[in-house]
Design a protein around this ligand. Sequence first.
Ligand SMILES: CCCCCCCC/C=C\CCCCCCCC(=O)OC[C@H](COP(=O)(O)OP(=O)(O)OC[C@H]1O[C@@H](n2ccc(N)nc2=O)[C@H](O)[C@@H]1O)OC(=O)CCCCCCC/C=C\CCCCCCCC
Ligand SMILES: O=P([O-])([O-])O[C@@H]1[C@@H](O)[C@H](O)[C@@H](O)[C@H](O)[C@@H]1O
Ligand SMILES: [Mg+2]
Length: 248
Amino acid sequence: MLKRVRVPLQRFLAPIGTALAARGVNPNVITVVGTAAVTAVALILYPRGQLFWGSLIIGALVCFDMLDGALARAAGRTGPWGAFLDSTMDRIADAAIFTGLTWWFAHGGRQPVLAGLTLFCLVTAMLISYERARAEGLGLRGDVGIAERTERLIVVLVATGVSGLGVPYVAAIGLWLLAVASAVTVVQRFVAVYRQTRASLGTPAGVAAPAGVAAPAGPPPADRATPVGAASEPAVRASPHRLRLFVR
Ligand SMILES: CCCCCCCC/C=C\CCCCCCCC(=O)OC[C@H](COP(=O)(O)OP(=O)(O)OC[C@H]1O[C@@H](n2ccc(N)nc2=O)[C@H](O)[C@@H]1O)OC(=O)CCCCCCC/C=C\CCCCCCCC
Ligand SMILES: O=P([O-])([O-])O[C@@H]1[C@@H](O)[C@H](O)[C@@H](O)[C@H](O)[C@@H]1O
Ligand SMILES: [Mg+2]
């Protein structure tokens, strides 16, 4: 849903990326340090019940995830390794956020239902991302759904942050909403991938798709390309049967 603001936001962040690139900052360092900071804050503050400060600081830190790509693009350093690192670090940060919250609700917070909901959100967050990664590994698209990572982060951080100020029910409302939206997204991705496998039984001329593997369905998602300026990124799409490079 928030994909629409991705490109304008990338334009907004481009000058910061350029400034960092001019100072020789490595985008991978931003990726790893940002993730380490989110992980530490989530696992230290949330289990102590510091929901407001935890969410506020994590909200600021997750913005590093937008900055690393901006820097990589400005420095002309985008590539498969950076893309892999970025997405994999996201999983670590997400796991830490939901684990810290689960820990709090299960222990100090004594709200077993909310602990169950955060655990459910953790599992579905991993599943949603896996669906997309597996689809893209097969040359398909999986970037659909009402609760992609940005939406998930906004809902969980705002709901828990506001509840940390003492507002009743807001954590429960936010977490129920997120749990339902995440479950819907899991199904949306199943359906999207299934439809592509049915629709693309024919393959483009010259590309031999082996049995059971569909041909790439349309252009790659915007966040896998390099839409704002900078050099194009060679992306690798792999399947168990074939590996081919294409340059955007
Ligand atoms: C005190 C400060 C408070 C801070 C509050 C912050 C407020 C922010 C508010 C709203 C922000 C809304 C953001 C909407 C963003 C939508 C756009 C979007 O989809 O962004 C996604 C990105 C990151 O995605 P990705 O990592 O895929 O993109 P990149 O641009 O990085 O590109 C990836 C490609 O780049 C290459 N590459 C990358 C790295 C690398 N090392 N090498 C590379 O080569 C490679 O090609 C890659 O493929 O952003 C996010 O997901 C971040 C989400 C931000 C969500 C913010 C949520 C904050 C909400 C609330 C916080 C406060 C709660 C407190 C409540 C208290 C209330 C009283
Ligand atoms: O798939 P998802 O978790 O909803 O959404 C996310 C993508 O939008 C993002 O581009 C990627 O870098 C993340 O790692 C994650 O995959
Ligand atoms: Mg990023």
